[in-house]
Design a binder for this molecule. Structure first.
Ligand SMILES: [Mg+2]
Ligand SMILES: [Zn+2]
Length: 172
């Protein structure tokens, strides 16, 4: 395939995505603590139905989560990945499995490109999934989520209630 043709195909086959923050959107945010193990992970009400709806509307669902508890030594990457596996298993039971999960393991002082409000995780996802940012959204409970999205042209929705956000997005 010619270079031009493959670029054209990439443009034709772009995906829309809804990026989701994790803590405070999918699961309950802990007061001054990190979710370190599965029994500290508590789904918020309406989340299964909300994610299922987003998928049915033809959007990829991609989690982007800051996890500086890793850099600070409160949780290992292996533990985090295990939590995410269990989260996916539970979501799957409700036809609400997410398409991908990106996390930033760094601390603020590491000055990485992925910790929100920087858009590094969104850019990684964009490359992997060929996402059209201008037709995508980010839903989060912090200003930093919204800022990360706005830096790449995704519309942000600041909320602690995913169910409400989804209603806002898709109800005419
Ligand atoms: Mg959050
Ligand atoms: Zn990072």
């Amino acid at each position: 395939m010619s270079r031009q043709k493959s670029l054209w195909n990439r443009l034709l086959n772009m995906n829309k995505a809804v990026f989701l923050d994790r803590d405070g959107v999918i699961n309950r945010r802990l007061e001054d603590d990190y979710v370190k193990k599965w029994d500290e992970f508590c789904f918020l009400p309406g989340v299964f139905e909300a994610i299922k709806t987003i998928k049915e509307k033809g959007y990829l669902v991609i989690v982007v989560t800051n996890q500086r508890g890793i850099a600070r030594g409160f949780i290992t990457e292996k533990d985090l990945e295990e939590i995410h596996q269990k989260m996916q298993k539970e979501l799957k039971k409700h036809e609400a499995q997410v398409d991908d999960i990106f996390y930033c393991p760094h601390d603020i002082s590491d000055n990485c490109n992925c910790r929100k409000p920087k858009p590094g995780m969104l850019i990684q996802a964009q490359k992997k999934w060929n996402i059209d940012f201008n037709h995508s959204y980010i839903i989060g409970d912090s200003e930093s989520d919204i800022e990360a999205g706005e830096r790449v042209g995704c519309q942000g929705i600041l909320t602690t209630d995913l169910k409400d956000a989804v209603k806002l997005l898709f109800d005419d």
